[in-house]
Write a protein that binds this ligand. Structure first.
Ligand code: PAN
Ligand code: ZN
Length: 191
């Protein structure tokens, strides 16, 4: 088998867009129907326009064990009601696969949980590395007023299971209370 050549790319401040990438994915408000706690605030915001919530720059690698899928995730600042802009979040289809995140810019948090009902919220600040162990679903949340930018890498065969989270969301939500992020129970969550 012919081997690939090593490659490099740059992540320059302030935008941290990779100098080389293969896919650019943009998620807007309409992709998040049913995911925000305050449905009325969601509908009101959507009526004003389908706002961009987050973007992902991916580098193409084969989706097989041994490879590392990697790229840049950018969650824009904003709120739906009192709930911060966030990614859809997912389990990996192959549950026993981990992921590593490195925060480059902004202020935020990763909301995580296991199928067994454990949960965790870790703050993301520039320079901080977050290790998401196997089995932990993960969602990035922007709690600041600038883009939250992270570099991520995960195993090529991991796959994405969005359906489980779409059904009732994460166990915990991140909302703004008195100007600061607060972790609250998700009333829709009932596993
Ligand atoms: C990341 C995420 C990215 C977007 O690459 O896919 O931050 O979030 P959603 O996939 O939940 O929309 C990752 O965790 N990959 O496995
Ligand atoms: Zn992931």
């Amino acid at each position: 088998m012919m081997s690939d050549l090593p490659f490099t790319f740059e992540l320059d401040a302030p935008g941290f867009r990779p100098s080389h990438y293969d896919n650019h994915i943009r998620r807007t408000l309409s992709a998040m129907r049913g995911q925000y706690l305050d449905q009325a605030a969601y509908e009101a915001l959507l009526a004003e326009g389908d706002a961009p919530l987050y973007e992902v720059y991916e580098l193409n690698r084969p989706h097989v064990a041994g490879e590392l899928l990697h790229g840049i995730s950018i969650v824009h600042p904003g709120k739906v009601g009192e709930e911060y802009y966030m990614t859809k979040g997912h389990f990996h289809t192959v549950l026993e696969t981990a992921e590593i995140y490195y925060c480059l810019h902004g202020q935020g948090a990763m909301v995580m949980e296991t199928p067994e009902g454990e949960w965790a919220v870790e703050t993301l600040v520039p320079g901080r590395v977050l290790y998401v162990p196997p089995r932990w679903a993960h969602r990035s949340v922007n709690t600041g007023d600038e883009d939250l930018i992270t570099f991520f890498a995960y195993p090529g065969h991991a796959g994405h299971d969005y359906g489980t989270i779409e059904q009732q969301g994460f166990r915990k939500l991140l909302v703004e209370r008195a100007g600061s992020p607060a972790i609250i129970d998700n009333p829709r969550w009932a596993r």
